[in-house]
Design a protein around this ligand. Sequence first.
Ligand code: HPA
Length: 250
Amino acid sequence: MSGIAIIGGSGLTQLEGLDIVRREVVHTPYGEPSGPVTHGILHGREVVFLARHGYGHTIPPHKVNYRANIWALKSLGVERVVAVNSVGGISEDMAPGTLAIPDQIVDYTWGRAHTFFDGDGAPVTHVEFTYPYCGDLRRALIEAGREAGVPLRERGTYAATQGPRLETAAEIERLARDGCDMVGMTGMPEAALARELDLCYACCAVVVNWAAGRGPGDGRIPMTEIERWLREGMARVRRLLERLFGSFGD
Ligand code: HPA
């Protein structure tokens, strides 16, 4: 049993420095999670790791079984979840390579199984979601970033889009007008499902490209650059997570 989990996104299908203890296949009432859950030790602390897109990175954002993933973690006794998500940068200070700990979400996704409260005779339930991320875990991530010397944007609004295609320049203009600072495809419904199961959930976003129309030249997204920023950004995430885990008492 472990109290904390990491959900790794693109570029983080495995966690370097994690001493793997065992892998566990978890079945849930909502189907299969993205893969077996890895139990391990990171910086002296037990941790559960799950690769959101599968260990072979084969599951696209709109096909991730978010309900099964979150349910599986809850069923293992997880209480806190650090979600790592790659994003495109919309705001001027969201250049590729930047890490951000968002504090708000605008959800543009559709058609995803997005709730555990689906009726079926259960009372209608509306979860509180004014502040979608767990304040304590956000603060711990920000503090870990400071201590590890990893520069962080300490807040921001995450736009969750449907994917798998990237956005048009006009769509990004609209998201900017909506007040969004970064755009990704996997932040929702994951965050809301975590809230439904009362998990303390926060996101560490890694900017891997300028969002459509925001970058130099004609604003097209150079796919080759994404690989590079994924590698560099994830190296920073690992430093941050090591510090975070070092800081947790038992
Ligand atoms: N848009 C949506 N999702 C993303 C992007 C983007 O530009 N970059 C990484 N994930």
